[in-house]
Design a binder for this molecule. Sequence first.
Ligand SMILES: Nc1ncnc2c1ncn2[C@@H]1O[C@H](COP(=O)(O)OP(=O)(O)OP(=O)(O)O)[C@@H](O)[C@H]1O
Ligand SMILES: [Mg+2]
Length: 202
Amino acid sequence: MNAPVRLAVRGLTKRFGGLVAVRDLSFAIRAGEILGLIGPNGSGKSTVMKLIMGIERPNMGTVQLDGVDISRWPSHRVARAGIGIVFQRSRPLRRQTVLENIKLAFLPDSLWQLVAEPSVDAKARCIAERVGLGAVMNRNPATLPFGDLRRLEMAKAIARHPKVVPTTSGSQSPAITGNQNDVRYSQPPEKDKKSTVPAKKE
Ligand SMILES: Nc1ncnc2c1ncn2[C@@H]1O[C@H](COP(=O)(O)OP(=O)(O)OP(=O)(O)O)[C@@H](O)[C@H]1O
Ligand SMILES: [Mg+2]
């Protein structure tokens, strides 16, 4: 693939006290690529995603987004730069519908943007359809099966127009998606997985 490198991770290391959760991890993904990290429970997959998102600080190594080192940025700045993590645990607002949960992701993060955008409803419906929640968008998240809750988290990430989507999940392959102008939510078929990095248990 000839697209430029979107996300470059080099020599990433994270220690929790004496435990080395991530040791000297390097990879790069280009726009449109999907990279899977596989490994047993506790091997460091979620920690990698948190390091990319700025939720955890690496002891060593760098994370570059479009050539800019973001590895010591706070997570809100990382989010604005275009990384939209999908957490392992789904935490929807339980009194709101699926559609309302997606709409929340469109809330402005600046007082200067407080005028509500009239197209938010249409955009949120479009994203719900795209991730396969079209038939359940007026339901309460508490009534959804696990797979649909994962789709809801992905829908919320897509609404922020991310460039890269670190996705972490216990029972599905964690994947990092570097996208051009489009994010698809589907388990990539084996042939579409550009590379798979086994996460090592230290
Ligand atoms: N905040 C923390 N403080 C201390 N240890 C931590 C912390 N976060 C993770 N760890 C430890 O780091 C290791 C890697 O954890 P991590 O959650 O990244 O694994 P994982 O590959 O995502 O596992 P799973 O497949 O169960 O989701 C584990 O031993 C875990 O207990
Ligand atoms: Mg995990």
